[in-house]
Design a protein around this ligand. Sequence first.
Ligand SMILES: C[S@@+](CC[C@H](N)C(=O)[O-])C[C@H]1O[C@@H](n2cnc3c(N)ncnc32)[C@H](O)[C@@H]1O
Length: 226
Amino acid sequence: MKYIRDIPFKEFVDSHHKAVDEDLANLRHSNEAGSVPLIFTETEEILGLLIGLTHPSRILEIGTAHGYSSLFFAKKLPDARITTIERNPVMVEAARAEFSSRKEGERIDFRTGDASEILQELVCKLADADVSEKFDFVFIDAAKSHYMEFFEAAEKICTKDALIVCDNILLNGWILEAEGKDAKRHRTSIKYMKKFLEYLRQRDDLEVSILTGADGLAIIRFINEN
Ligand SMILES: C[S@@+](CC[C@H](N)C(=O)[O-])C[C@H]1O[C@@H](n2cnc3c(N)ncnc32)[C@H](O)[C@@H]1O
């Protein structure tokens, strides 16, 4: 299997990528050099296009790592507030340092702990809240076996016009592996990601776009009746 991150187009696409600013270019470079997980340039461009078209003001992100994508959202949308969730203490410490050293960090509400628990707290607080308090863009980029759970919580606390974007739905190509070493090692993620994609396909109230760019994205919006 030829994995997405290895294809020659990736280098070509990367060479055409224009960073939001020098600060973010440097952060990408240091994250990549330190093997810190972060969005592919192609994912960044698709996210940039989506937020440029929809102008969200309250973004929920699940999976912060060192804060690259949170800072990307904050820099692209100078009036938006970003809530981002991370549980790994090493990542938490690094992201905290990145946020506190930049003015954009003031608009980032950093929630630390397990996303399942934090999402439940947010659901309790926001499920019946005014629409002005709900999220209008959600980016799911954490534990790949939990996307369905994250999605079901997220949809309770976002507006009816929100977009929900899920990263890495192709699981680095493993989604197509039926047998072999990788299929065995990643069988839980493969099983749950397939279940999640089938669940999305069966929901008549959603419009779901599955893209194969980068490591695969699902872009979801609610079909509103009015
Ligand atoms: C792919 S990285 C996020 C990259 C980040 N969005 C970026 O582009 O800069 C996924 C992160 O999700 C975190 N994570 C995984 N499962 C989680 C969970 N259940 N709750 C909170 N964070 C989680 C991991 O520790 C990891 O740092």
